[in-house]
Design a binder for this molecule. Structure first.
Ligand code: 13P
Length: 255
């Protein structure tokens, strides 16, 4: 069912010591103002999952990983399995982030395998979709989104969709300081719902949580998060500072 989610994607930042400091600060801020209608998720690098999980015991903050490998286990030097991140305490995993598509050449079939495996291992999926600037300029936004939703989520059942959050992250807005306008975000989010209803039926699109990502900051959060189809945000840069991440959580609570 639809819920409000504010997730922080730390990307390749923070040692374990820094991670624990950041989460400790965040927990202190949230203690004074516990969110009532927002699920907060932190996604540190693999190395920090277990220590952060330990720190989060008894807290309402959820833990997520940023990636998993597409096979269950085996001779895949350097890779990390879904079962391992689940065992380390993660309950969510980000899949299909544009940085992985771009630098690691992940395509829809790889993304689909990872999503299936994540669900099998009881991880909730944050599935990222979004167009590049070039694609937007050529009016291809809708085609790109349809393709990503059709092939990335292929074979999922109605029950599976209860464990999936879609993150609309226009690639041109990630780390660039150029955020989508609230209207641009709303337009694509509404489109994503429509397509999911068409592709998967049973009101999948109407019921799914769709978050926005791309240069979300305390200053622009309220405008974006107040859009009817924006069920909050996947935050990059601004989640590396406890106070600014907390301000975004507060914007989610008050809009
Ligand atoms: P920024 O908020 O730094 O633009 O990153 C967004 C993002 O990629 C979240 O996954």
């Amino acid at each position: 069912m639809k819920k409000n989610v504010i997730a922080g994607n730390w990307k390749m930042h923070k040692t374990n010591r820094e991670a624990l400091r950041l989460v400790t600060r965040l927990m202190k801020l949230m203690e004074k103002h516990p969110p009532r209608k927002t699920e907060v998720v932190v996604c540190p690098p693999f190395t920090a999952l277990a220590p952060v999980a330990e720190l989060l015991k008894g807290s309402a903050i959820r833990l997520g990983a940023q990636n998993i490998f597409w096979e269950e286990e085996g001779a895949f030097t350097g890779e990390v399995a879904a079962r391992m991140v689940r065992g380390a305490g993660a309950r969510y995993v980000i899949i299909g982030h544009s940085e992985r598509r771009r630098y690691f050449k992940e395509d829809e079939s790889v993304i689909n395998k990872k999503i299936q495996l994540a669900l099998k291992n009881k991880l909730q999926v944050i599935h990222c979709v979004g167009e590049t600037l070039e694609e937007r300029r050529h009016n291809l936004t809708q085609d790109i989104i349809i393709n990503q939703l059709e092939w990335g989520l292929k074979g999922l059942t109605g029950d599976d969709f209860k464990k999936v959050v879609i993150a609309y992250e226009p690639v041109w807005a990630i780390g660039t300081g150029k955020t989508a306008t609230p209207e641009q975000a709303q337009e694509v989010h509404a489109f994503i719902r429509e397509i999911l209803n068409t592709l998967y039926g049973n009101q999948v699109g109407s019921r799914i949580t769709i978050v926005y990502g791309g240069s979300v900051k305390p200053e622009n959060a309220a405008g974006l998060l107040s859009q009817p189809d924006v069920n909050r945000a996947l935050v990059g840069g601004a989640c590396l500072d406890a106070r600014s991440f907390f301000k975004i959580i507060q914007a989610s609570e008050t809009t």
